[in-house]
Design a protein around this ligand. Structure first.
Ligand code: NAD
Length: 480
């Protein structure tokens, strides 16, 4: 493995990656630095014809890629991880510029995790299973690749969430076309460009452009599966559109995760974990803590200590090494998060930190805001804020708080915190979510399934279950 890391700064121009080539476009769109609110780059705006060409190239490449052995595909993916590692510093810096997240604590770990996952996933196999054997016949279960997978990704973790899709899709023999979020296209275009130097033409293409490219992918007859990460609202459009061609779908969508801090919790000790679980990535985390339930016996002291911890953090431009909390990623989200602040103010909920946006400050900065015990029916408790506002909600009775946590159309993740692990696990087992952490949060791994219940998702990423979803089960019955 090479470790000759490039420290150079990549300053464009950016190209689409189609059929192994870097492709220029007639049109471009602006990419904003959320720390300044200013345009810092132009991204290529792919046309419908260019997306069509990428899908056609992926379909062509599938013929040869899908028949390679796992070991051959692993060699390619390892080479891709090596190539990405050479550009690690450059990718992390670009991620901070386009997304806003702090370089050292968020952007570099995101790029590192993505590279490491490619290598780890490339080493996994889906073997043929013998499901029945008797004197008459043998029955084998194979898992064959689907064809072209379309990846549609959001702007909160643009590198990690896209490469989470690339590695399992490719190792199982599929080819892929990625459409990144128009808010954060650059890192994806860049790792797409890097892919062209190591992967066979057409295996991985990247086409950036407006939201209209999404429906073209979801309705396309030559795309076998859509792997989508984004909001539940957009996800419903994807599901409807994909029905026409009976596509396979993995849908990772919105959430409103509850953290339940049990009556016996050592709550002083876990405040940093709870704070970062809620405010990490400026709260723009699908599995971020969006409702923090604490027992009323220590609520006042908890709120004071949480606010004290929050005051020690520095908000600003993620390239500044002292900064621990960055801006919200884009103007649309900034306005959305502000509408939560407006609602909090209009209803007179108790704000114990933040609450007021500094209008004179450039960039999309929303101060970390802590709301003390808003009602269960309030907008900040019921809806996904996806920003740095933390409602801390008191409860008296564990059964009641479980019911409140479950009373949501979402079911993505959750966490339970307590000294008595068994009691905490018993509560965790009652949460209607795809993932629940007990006395830890946001631990992930390539063998740990990740996905939502209810309107938070369909299917799973990671784990054997997630990898299977990039394949069709195929039963082969052979008479002896
Ligand atoms: P979004 O739904 O606005 O956009 C996601 C992607 O869908 C973008 O690439 C966008 O261009 C594309 N798109 C838009 N309209 C489309 C259409 N009609 N058809 C197909 N594609 C279309 O989401 P976002 O604002 O980028 O991301 C934030 C949301 O994503 C939050 O709700 C968050 O909870 C969710 N999210 C979920 C997970 C998870 O794993 N469950 C992870 C990260 C983010």
């Amino acid at each position: 493995m090479k470790d000759s890391r490039s420290t150079s700064i990549f300053d464009g121009p950016y190209y689409l990656s189609i059929a192994g080539k870097l492709v220029a476009t007639d049109a471009h769109f602006d990419v904003f630095n959320p720390a300044t609110g200013e345009v810092f780059a132009k991204a290529p705006s792919g046309s419908p014809e260019q997306l069509e060409a990428a899908i056609a190239a992926a379909k062509g490449a599938f013929k040869t890629w899908s028949v390679l052995s796992y070991d051959q595909r692993q060699s390619y993916l390892d080479a891709y991880a090596d190539a990405l590692l050479e550009h690690r510093d450059e990718l992390a810096r670009l991620l901070t510029l386009e997304q806003g997240k702090p370089l050292k604590t968020m952007a570099e770990p995101e790029v590192d995790q993505a590279i490491s996952w490619i290598r780890q996933i490339a080493a996994r196999r889906i073997p043929v299973e013998i499901v029945e054997e008797n004197d008459n016949h043998i029955v084998e279960l194979h898992h064959t690749p689907l064809g072209v997978v379309g990846a549609i990704t959001p702007w909160n973790f643009p590198v990690l969430l896209a490469l989470w899709k690339v590695a399992p899709a490719l190792i199982t023999g599929n080819t892929m076309v990625i459409k990144p979020s128009p808010f954060t296209p650059l890192t994806t275009l860049r790792f797409g460009q890097i892919a062209q130097s190591v992967l066979p033409a057409g295996v991985l293409s990247v086409v950036s452009g407006g939201n209209e490219l999404g429906p073209q992918m979801t309705a396309h007859p030559d795309i076998a599966k859509i792997s989508f990460t984004g909001s539940t609202e957009t996800g419903k459009h994807v599901i409807r559109s994909a029905a026409g061609t009976v596509k396979r779908l993995t849908m990772e969508m919105g959430g409103n995760d509850a953290a339940i801090v049990m009556p016996d919790a050592d709550w002083q000790a876990i405040i940093p974990q709870l704070y970062w679980g809620a405010v990490g990535n400026s709260g723009q985390w699908c599995v971020g803590i969006k409702r923090l339930y604490v027992h009323s016996s220590y609520r006042n002291e908890f709120v004071a200590a949480f606010v004290e911890y929050a005051r020690q953090q520095v908000m600003g431009d993620g390239l500044d090494p002292n900064v621990t909390v960055g801006p919200v990623q884009n103007k649309m989200q900034y306005d959305k998060v502000r509408s939560f602040l407006d609602d909090i103010k209009a209803n007179g909920y108790k704000v114990v930190l933040g609450g007021e946006v500094d209008e004179s400050r450039p960039g999309y900065f929303i101060p970390v805001t802590v709301v003390d015990n808003p009602p269960e029916s309030s907008m900040i408790v019921q809806q996904e804020q996806f920003g740095p506002i933390v409602p801390i909600i008191a409860y008296d009775d564990v059964d009641d708080v479980v019911a409140r946590a479950n009373d949501s159309p979402f079911g993505l993740g959750g966490s339970v915190w307590g000294r008595d692990t068994q009691a905490a696990v018993a509560v965790a087992n009652r949460l209607e979510t795809g993932m629940v952490w007990v006395n830890e949060i946001h631990t992930q791994g390539i063998d740990i399934p990740f996905g939502g219940h209810k309107q938070s998702g369909i299917g799973t990423e990671h784990g054997h279950e997630g990898r299977l979803l990039f394949t069709n089960p195929k039963t082969v019955l052979i008479k002896k």
